[in-house]
Design a protein around this ligand. Structure first.
Ligand code: AMP
Ligand code: MN
Ligand code: MN
Ligand code: MN
Length: 276
């Protein structure tokens, strides 16, 4: 059986490995099909594709698109996209442009809490001048000793109600799905178990996602407990959505799952790769 990992990050967004190193690691770990899904960014794909043919890995061109839905930030994976698609490129350009101004506001918010120069500090961890994210602030906060671990950062900082949180408007859900479709890709809701919504809110979200043309949901994710995996498999079946799996790998020493570490998808659901 082929081993799929359809969610990963490189230095072109907030990952720690270059696209080529990521693909090499995937190959070593027995991944047959890897999607590079950098946040709001496609620039790592050519390097990943080139290395994949050397490493006998099938590289799926992807991106993880930041979306605002009501009060929530959602992540929508585009899988199998054409990176030359103008609608998708323009949409992602606009999202990335908003990130810089947001990062300055994050810096100002941390300054108010007594943490000086966080914007410049985060910049030291940025690996692509095209993209700054909360992950870069988080690494700065760990390195300077404000917090012990990356897990702790997102409990005490950078999240709603805590220092370093700022409101921000990302793309609209239907726009993100439309761009992904314009680029010939499938739209997959990333780590649905991570969104802070009630049971009813979740149903509403999944319905609206599907009605807007969404193709699938990530069932297997390090963000999900075993119960959630079963639950989301059930949602996928009930709503006629495809199922995906991804480690959301960011690099050595970060996160709880390495490339390709997922168990098989639960039975009775259609994988997003069923016709690839
Ligand atoms: P941004 O897109 O700038 O809001 O940054 C989001 C990124 O922060 C995610 O893609 C993760 O890499 C990281 N992140 C968010 N929440 C957590 C968390 N609880 N633990 C670890 N990393 C997180
Ligand atoms: Mn990330
Ligand atoms: Mn995500
Ligand atoms: Mn991700």
């Amino acid at each position: 059986m082929r081993r799929y990992d359809l969610h990963s990050h490189s230095t072109h967004s907030d990952g720690l490995l270059s696209p080529a190193d990521l693909v090499r690691r995937a190959a070593t770990r027995g991944v047959d099909v890897l999607a590079l899904t950098d946040h709001d960014e496609l620039s790592g794909l050519p390097e990943a594709v080139a290395q994949a043919s050397e490493s006998r890995v099938t590289l799926v061109r992807g991106a993880e698109v930041s979306v605002t839905w009501g009060q929530l930030t959602l992540h929508v994976l585009g899988l199998g996209i054409d990176p030359a698609c103008p609608e998708l490129c323009d949409g992602l350009d606009r999202i990335r442009a908003g990130r810089t101004e947001r990062a300055r506001r994050i810096g100002a918010s941390l300054a108010q809490a007594g943490i000086a120069d966080a914007y410049d500090g985060a910049l030291r961890f940025v690996t692509s001048e095209r993209l700054i994210s909360r992950t870069h602030f988080a690494r700065f906060l760990v390195e300077t000793g404000y917090v012990r671990s990356m897990d702790d950062v997102f409990k005490r900082y950078l999240v709603r109600g805590k220092p370093g949180h700022v409101e921000h408007a990302w793309a609209a859900l239907s726009d993100a799905i439309d761009w992904i479709h314009a680029a010939g890709g499938r739209a997959v809701l990333a780590h649905p178990g991570r969104y802070q919504v009630s049971k009813t809110g979740l149903r509403e979200l999944l319905q609206e996602f599907r009605d807007a043309g969404g193709d699938g949901i990530e069932v297997l994710s390090p963000s999900h407990s075993r119960a959630q995996v079963t639950d989301f498999a059930c949602h996928a079946r009930g709503l006629g959505l495809l199922a995906s799996c991804g480690s959301d790998y960011h690099g050595p020493g970060e996160g709880h799952m390495d490339l390709g570490d997922m168990p098989p998808l639960p039975a009775g659901i259609t994988p997003v790769w069923h016709d690839w």
